[in-house]
Design a protein around this ligand. Structure first.
Ligand SMILES: Nc1ncnc2c1ncn2[C@@H]1O[C@H](COP(=O)(O)OP(=O)(O)OP(=O)(O)O)[C@@H](O)[C@H]1O
Ligand SMILES: O=C(O)C1=C[C@@H](O)[C@@H](O)[C@H](O)C1
Ligand SMILES: [Mg+2]
Length: 181
């Protein structure tokens, strides 16, 4: 199937939802470039996200994230994976709505925890009880993520390929983002 993407697809959702993994496969499937806001911030700073949080603090990281999003949203349509906190800012949500379409990869706590528990790269989860921290973040962030134009449910038994196909299907059904050529 060949397709034409009319707007940038912006993947949003919690840490571990699969934004980077699905975004990479989705861009390949649609034949468009893939960009990831965390990667771009890391490249520009020549530091990891965790190092930026530790040295400059979260507010500084959020400023960089907003700037990087503005930049990545200009230009030809692509797939843009965001960091887990990017869609919480009303300004970021407005910028995304202007130039793209937000797709929420919606996953429950058990799935997210299974995916993030073995990695130490997420500074917000460096707490005494990271599962409880993750639960709290999921609860407080869900109202923001719910504002995405498109929602695709992630489930434990969906492979990256299956999830990617579900996103493609949702974009085709939306009607105004992706067309068959
Ligand atoms: N559908 C899937 N099936 C199997 N493994 C997956 C799937 N989606 C993601 N993963 C794995 O789960 C882990 C977390 O996924 P990923 O890094 O894409 O999440 P993320 O949403 O980008 O998180 P963050 O907000 O922290 O950047 C990775 O190891 C990834 O390979
Ligand atoms: O959920 C979050 O707030 C974050 C998720 C990651 O993608 C990074 O952007 C950073 O670790 C913060
Ligand atoms: Mg990611």
């Amino acid at each position: 199937m060949t397709t034409r993407l009319k707007k940038t697809v912006v993947l949003v959702g919690m840490m571990g939802a699969g934004k980077t993994a699905i975004g990479t496969a989705l861009a390949r499937a649609l034949g468009v470039p893939f960009v990831d806001s965390d990667d771009e911030i890391e490249k520009a700073a020549n530091m990891t996200v965790a190092e930026i949080f530790a040295r400059d603090g979260e507010p500084f990281f959020r400023q960089k994230e907003a700037q990087v999003l503005e930049r990545l949203l200009t230009g030809a349509p692509c797939v843009l994976s965001t960091g887990g906190g990017a869609f919480l800012s009303p300004d970021n949500r407005a910028a995304i709505a202007r130039s793209g379409v937000a797709v929420w990869l919606k996953a429950d706590l058990d799935l997210l925890w299974q995916r993030v528990r073995h990695k130490n790269t997420r500074p917000l989860l460096r707490t005494e009880n990271p599962r409880e921290t993750l639960r709290g973040l999921l609860e407080t962030r869900t109202p923001a993520y719910s504002q995405a134009e498109v929602t695709v449910e992630a489930r434990t038994n969906y492979s990256v390929e299956e999830m990617t196909q579900k996103v493609v299907q949702a974009l085709l059904e939306h009607g105004d983002i992706l067309e068959r050529t």
